[in-house]
Design a protein around this ligand. Structure first.
Ligand code: ADP
Length: 651
């Protein structure tokens, strides 16, 4: 902070992140510049909502100015556009925090991820939410005059910036309550000082807002040079002074009946509540009457926000009680796994002075939460049935989050499982790794005698798709779900059946093929294998590296594979736990070999015990590698393989 020579004007530097975002805003989003007005109107309406809430307990805050409004004026000659509200305003500290910094956690990482490619980056900024800084897309200078509700006259503040490195702050008396944002328009943005153009943009972006957005009812006549725009204020003595009239219908969108609201209005309202740049994928608007009365308007965004996996990121709906805004991010109304849903819930039953603490313990909130959860799931199911392509786009963005739900929301597990999509051994073509198969589809096309849903978890699609464990399934044309999201092993530990059909992990235990019984289901029961001399010889070499050695029913082309015990922790989960610093107890795999494989047949005939041991060691390491595992001693593996190659070359 450096104080300028003029005593009352201070110059402050923007926080680094704010500076970066500003720059991007100005250079990346120019193709749809008019949205700056949506952002400013949206902020003004939020400011009025906040004051309306505060005034319930402190009506004196309203003073002699009780009628809320947002006024939009322009001056063609001065090249200015002004958006003024009589909402809550800001104190000096609030101005510094709100307009000089970006408080959102994860902003630095977000900015680091930008590519420099404008088209791609503008999408990302859309996800971030554009906000106040979008004013700099059309303005070369922005001046914000603000006086907080309840503040003394002398506490008025003016913030001024050209959107570069810094901004100026000045204390000013004589402001009225609320915030005026004055844009000094760029030469190429003078369309926003044209009455006709402005009205159409204002109407587009403010019709759903529950407060009048007003403009003067006749354009100001051109004014002689040097005269300022004071007439805008509606000076009663000026002849034929224009008057303010509402441009919008000033009725909060969700309070209107569904049949009266156009799709475009729903979309605009979405952008207002979400600060998203894009249209929503779908929405659901409902009024519930009866024991509990509330209205909800829930939106599914097109794209996941950059902070979807940040536990501290704000989430939840805007809460209103009897049309009065109460709070943003009321997370109690939806479960964590639906944190991407945006929208509004307006309750008629909750008290106006409700707090977050009260929300946490209120039975009515629980009922609304469980009803809204069902509402979202059924909206998704409808999308999946009627617009499968759109649903696929949704799944690609939010599928992993929905899997959290399928694992933890017991009450809605079946509905959630219905929404899951997987890649399978029958996915093909260019989008092999696409997760497009539902469990219903899987069940429809399985063979009649198959009474299990088979799946396999691995680190990547490739590892899953080429796993030796799939060989016999491929040979017999039995479809297997291929899972490679980090959350999958956990999910499958929670999800044991779907539609009455059990899941089975093809990498585990003594998996049964369709029409076959699992061999007595006991892994220890391997009397016949133990009698086999090759099994015995391999066991001697592998020793306590494995639980046991046995011949395989899974393999048709590979020589060997590793199999997990029925209840052992999977490799994926183990890696996650170990990466988080937890020591996992050893669980040894079974070593299964394919006695029909030429390598094993050759091995069986190997008289030299050292060479036999060397080859078994290689088979073991390869089996581990094939499922994406890490070798304990990779160098030893390479040594062995090289010795073998040398042997081979020396003939
Ligand atoms: P967002 O609205 O997403 O929080 P913005 O950059 O648009 O981000 O605004 C930052 C903050 O500045 C707002 O959260 C609000 O606290 C404050 N603010 C912006 N415009 C106004 C206004 N007209 N009146 C009062 N506060 C405002």
């Amino acid at each position: 902070m450096t104080a300028k020579s003029e005593a009352r004007v201070e110059t402050h530097a923007f926080q680094t992140e704010a500076k970066q975002l500003l720059k991007l805003m100005i250079h990346s989003l120019y193709s749809n510049r008019e949205i700056f007005l949506r952002e400013l109107i949206s902020n003004a309406s939020d400011a009025i909502d906040k004051l309306r809430f505060k005034a319930i307990e402190a009506p004196e805050l309203l003073g002699d100015d009780p009628d809320y409004r947002i006024d939009i004026t322009f001056d063609k000659d001065a090249k200015t556009l002004t958006v003024a509200d009589n909402g809550i305003g800001m104190t000096r500290d609030e101005v510094i925090n709100n307009l000089g910094t970006i408080a959102k956690s994860g902003t630095a990482e977000f900015l680091a991820n930008l590519t420099g490619d404008q088209a791609a980056d503008s999408q990302l900024i859309g996800q971030f939410g554009v906000g106040f800084y979008s004013a700099f897309m059309v303005a070369e200078q922005v001046e914000v005059q603000t006086l907080g509700a309840g503040c003394a006259d002398a506490e008025g503040v003016v913030w001024r910036s050209a959107g570069e490195d810094d901004y100026e702050l000045e204390n000013t008396a004589g402001l009225s309550r609320g915030t005026r944002v004055v844009l000094h328009l760029q030469e190429d943005a003078l369309e926003f000082a044209e009455d006709f153009r402005l009205r159409s943009v204002v109407r587009k972006y403010s019709d759903h807002i529950g407060v009048p957005v007003r403009m003067l009812n006749q354009p100001l006549p051109a004014q002689p040079e040097g005269e300022n725009a004071d007439a805008e204020e509606g000076d009663a003595e000026a002849p034929a002074a224009p008057e303010f009239e509402a441009v919008n219908s000033a009725q909060a969108l969700w309070t209107r009946s569904r049949s009266e609201v156009e799709d475009d209005e729903y979309k605009e309202f979405y952008k207002h509540v979400s600060h998203d740049f894009d249209d929503p994928l779908t929405w659901s608007h409902n009024r519930v009457e009866g024991k509990l009365e509330y209205t909800s308007l829930l939106y599914v965004p097109k794209r996941a926000p950059f902070d979807l996996y940040n536990r501290e990121a704000p989430r939840g709906l805007k809460l209103y009680v009897q049309r009065v805004f109460i709070m943003d991010d009321a997370e109690q109304f939806l479960p964590l796994y639906l944190r991407f849903i945006k929208g509004v819930v307006d309750s008629n039953d909750l008290p106006l002075n409700v707090s977050r603490e009260i929300l946490q313990q209120d039975d009515r909130v629980d009922s609304i939460r469980s009803a809204l959860t069902k509402r979202v799931l059924s909206m998704l199911e409808t999308m999946a049935n009627k617009e499968p392509e759109q649903y696929q786009a949704f799944w690609d963005e939010f599928g992993e989050v929905l899997k959290e739900g399928a694992g933890e929301d017991f009450a809605n597990r079946e509905a959630l499982a219905k929404l899951l999509r997987f890649a399978t051994t029958r996915s093909g073509g260019s989008d092999q790794d696409k997760k497009v198969v539902s469990l219903d589809t899987y069940l429809e096309r399985k063979a009649e005698q198959q009474d299990t849903i088979y799946y396999l978890c691995a680190e990547t699609y490739e590892t899953a798709a080429r796993s030796p464990h799939l060989e016999v399934f491929k040979e017999r044309d039995v479809e297997v779900l291929l899972m490679f999201d980090r959350i999958d092993e956990w999910l499958m530990s929670m999800l044991t059946e779907y539609s009455g059909v059990k899941f089975a992990d093809v990498m585990r235990g003594d998996v049964a093929l369709p029409g076959e019984e699992a061999e007595s289901g006991k892994e220890e029961d391997k009397a016949e294998d133990e009698a086999d001399p090759l099994t015995e010889r391999i066991s001697q070499v592998l020793g306590d590296k494995v639980e046991a050695v046995r011949t395989s029913k899974r393999l048709t082309t590979s020589p060997a594979c590793l199999v997990l015990a029925e209840h052992a922790m999977g490799a994926q989960m183990r890696r996650i736990m170990e990466a988080s610093g937890q020591q996992m107890p050893d669980s040894k795999p079974y070593f299964e070999y394919n006695p029909g494989h030429p390598l094993l047949q050759r091995l069986d005939e190997e008289p030299d015990e050292d060479r036999f041991a060397e080859l078994v060691g290689i088979l073991f390491d390869q089996a581990s590698l094939a499922e994406g595992g890490q070798l304990n001693d990779p160098a030893a593996y390479v040594d062995r393989l090289n010795r073998l190659l040398l042997d081979l070359l020396q003939g």
